[in-house]
Write a protein that binds this ligand. Structure first.
Ligand code: ZN
Length: 680
């Protein structure tokens, strides 16, 4: 599993707190759509107009490059996804029946879910959606479609097409899970993701990449084996289909490369020009060494105002963690807010030296922690519509060790979450008393952002492995434990007087807002995202429960965290915040030891004991209390529309931003205009 990554947006999404923000109050409408367990929001792109024309043009072409990758991710998520999406869209466009019928409403919800998840499995739980409309409705509507609009394979009849697709949508036993993590099963054969095909087994995949690793001519700088390919068995042979121009997803990648080439002349400096050019070379060759070279150039570019990621990045969608899901985020620096992360990263060595972990596991020199606050201009692929609020890249450990990493907090996204959640009733329902609630109103926005900054800028970059310990020593628990480590680092320091002396917080009690929210979320409220009767699987959710449940257990002797029943409802009470901080420090020591020594058994034990299982009574209670609030457990975003304004000679002289597009319109427009894999 990769080391670093994306902080899930969930933490911010679940909490209501009036923004403590300097932004002016506006009439901006953050809410776009609501269906199933999803709320779709929109975000503002403040200060876009303050960019130079050249920067705006650069952003414009990079957003175009971002949008052309959407189909790649959809196909990576499941091999029938594009065909299903196209079919559903055609039904939507051609439907002549009663739009008030339960069948149609169920159909529309399903279509919106498929758009949101970039496929037929839930974006977060990875469970297959259960449609609230009938197979009969589906078959009837498919047969009523005009000829030529269905994505039939060559020579395939409509009946044959339906025979393949209908069970994939409706039969709960067929492809039930996109990413299966259940120990004891063949994780490849039981996962519906499309990174592997042809009946290839987990053992064959592992052997294939073990061989590749052994044959690596430069083992000190290991490539991210398998990151940009699909692995299939054909005629008994294991073959990699590389994602590149001329390879798999060629039509989409050609478009992406074309847009990157248009962006190139508008690069802000030679360094940026060189990493854009390197990225193009990587897409053209599919060579993972070139990707490493690109990553190094990219991470060294800390001067450009406009920045972006575009490629096969995070590996959560692969049960074995080899394959990168395609994603893109285009952004530019938020100068004012970046002061905060610069202060943190300028003091990185102090934080490393003063952390409670064993000196043997500390970095003598913390290298190149560059951190900034950014404004997202477009979200795409695996970052759309659900999106992270912080990113720390690149993922390759040896690059991070030698060249550092870039860490960002996406503040126009956290701001949108925060604004949209105002007045949703969450605090009144779940927070134990007015004093705590007031503290959260006042300090949660800033401490949440600081938590993200500390997690991304320092947490992932801190500590070191002992010599001889492999990156992937913690195996399937690697992601959970890595997120646990980064979160604990952030939590521990949030209460440190260093933040006051740096001027990042002005009240020594402010940290309590985040502590309360973290424990409440980890012990209780995040359960709203789990279906009743199921365990916790996702790495970030496991990490949060691990921390909260461990501290609850270990703090019992001092009654640090108390679960109180008031009028039949469970509330969290934190009796001793200082002792809670000590517990965070203690657990951080142990997790760092596990990571540094590669102590798989100890890591596994912690995860299994604290992170996975759910108390059914408490789970039921949380679900019921949430249901009474009607807060969507998951949120995501539509993008703005960027339109270039050209002079008579065709030069771009400005780029305008429009926020008015609806969720359905945006999805249909993307499918029409940015679908090189389906519109052939
Ligand atoms: Zn993280």
């Amino acid at each position: 599993m990769k080391k670093s990554i994306i902080v899930s947006a969930i933490a911010a999404a679940a909490i209501a707190s009036p923004a403590v923000s300097t932004a002016e109050a506006t009439n901006f409408n953050y809410k776009v759509d609501r269906f199933a367990d999803i709320e779709v929001l929109r975000y503002q792109v403040p200060e876009f107009s303050a960019l130079s024309v050249s920067q705006k043009t650069l952003v414009y072409y990079l957003t175009e490059a971002a949008l052309y990758g959407r189909d790649i991710l959809t196909d990576q998520n499941g091999k029938h996804n594009l065909a299903i999406r196209t079919t559903l869209e055609e039904i939507y466009k051609n439907y002549k029946g009663n739009k008030e019928s339960a069948e149609y409403k169920g159909f529309l919800t399903y279509l919106k879910q498929v758009w949101f998840a970039n496929g037929i499995h839930h974006h977060y739980s990875t469970d297959k959606f259960q449609p609230a409309f009938s197979p009969e409705f589906f078959v009837k509507e498919v047969k009523a479609l005009p000829s030529g609009v269905l994505p039939l394979a060559k020579g395939q009849s409509v009946d044959d097409f339906l025979k393949v697709i209908t069970p994939v949508i409706f039969d709960a036993e067929v492809m039930p899970k996109r990413v299966n993590q259940e120990a004891g099963q063949d994780l490849i054969l039981t996962s519906a993701c499309n990174y592997y095909d042809g009946g290839i087994t987990q053992a064959e995949v592992e052997a294939f990449y073990a061989n590749m690793k052994n044959a690596d001519s430069d083992p000190a700088h290991p490539m991210s084996y398998g990151l940009n390919s699909r692995l299939v068995k054909r005629d008994g042979k294991v073959v990699e289909e590389v994602y590149k121009v001329g390879g798999r997803y060629s039509e989409a990648i050609i478009k992406i490369v074309d847009c990157l080439k248009k962006a190139l002349p508008f690069a802000e400096n030679d360094l940026q020009k060189s990493h854009i050019a390197k990225l193009i070379e990587y897409y053209e060759t599919g060579n993972l060494r070139t990707f490493d070279e690109y990553s190094i150039l990219w991470v060294e570019d800390v001067v450009s105002g406009v920045d972006f990621i575009n490629g096969f990045i995070e590996s959560y969608g692969d049960p074995l963690g080899y394959k990168g899901a395609w994603e893109s985020i285009v952004n530019f620096k938020n100068q004012a807010a970046s002061h905060r992360t610069e202060l943190i990263s300028n003091n990185a060595q102090w934080f490393e030296d003063n952390s409670p972990v064993d000196a043997r596991f500390k970095k003598a020199q913390v290298k190149g922690v560059s951190a900034k606050v950014i404004t997202a201009a477009i979200l795409a692929g695996d970052a759309y519509p659900a999106t992270p609020i912080g990113i720390n890249l690149p993922n390759a450990n040896w690059i991070r060790a030698a060249h550092g990493s870039k860490s960002v907090t996406i503040e126009n996204i956290t701001e949108a979450y925060d604004k949209a959640a105002q007045g949703n009733g969450f605090n009144a329902e779940f927070v134990i008393d007015k004093e705590t609630s007031d503290l959260m109103d006042k300090y949660l926005f800033i401490t949440d952002n600081l938590h993200t900054d500390l997690h991304e800028c320092l947490g992932h970059g801190s500590g070191k492995l002992l010599p001889g310990v492999a990156d992937d020593a913690l195996k399937e628990h690697g992601s959970t434990l890595e997120e646990t480590r980064a979160d604990l680092f952030a939590l521990y320091y949030l209460a440190d007087s260093k933040l006051i002396s740096l001027g990042l917080l002005d009240n020594p009690d402010a940290y309590k807002a985040e502590y309360y929210k973290y424990i409440l979320n980890g012990l209780m409220t995040q359960l709203m995202r789990i279906e009743y009767g199921k365990n916790i699987e996702e790495a970030h959710m496991r990490n949060r429960q691990l921390i909260a449940a461990w501290c609850y257990e270990k703090g019992k002797v001092d009654n640090v965290i108390q679960l109180s029943k008031i009028n039949g409802k469970t509330y969290i009470k934190i009796n001793d915040y200082e002792k809670l901080r000590n517990l965070f420090g203690e657990l951080l020591c142990e997790i760092q030891r596990i990571k540094s020594e590669g102590d798989y058994e100890a890591g596994k034990k912690l995860v299994e004991e604290y992170a996975v299982k759910v108390d059914p009574a408490l789970h039921r209670e949380v679900l019921d209390r949430y249901a009474s609030l009607d807060i969507a457990p998951y949120k995501g975003f539509v993008n703005p529309i960027y339109t270039p304004v050209k002079d008579e000679a065709g030069n771009i002289i400005d780029v305008t931003v429009d926020y008015s597009e609806s969720y359905i319109d945006q999805m249909l427009r993307y499918s029409k205009c940015y679908s090189p894999l389906t519109n052939r």
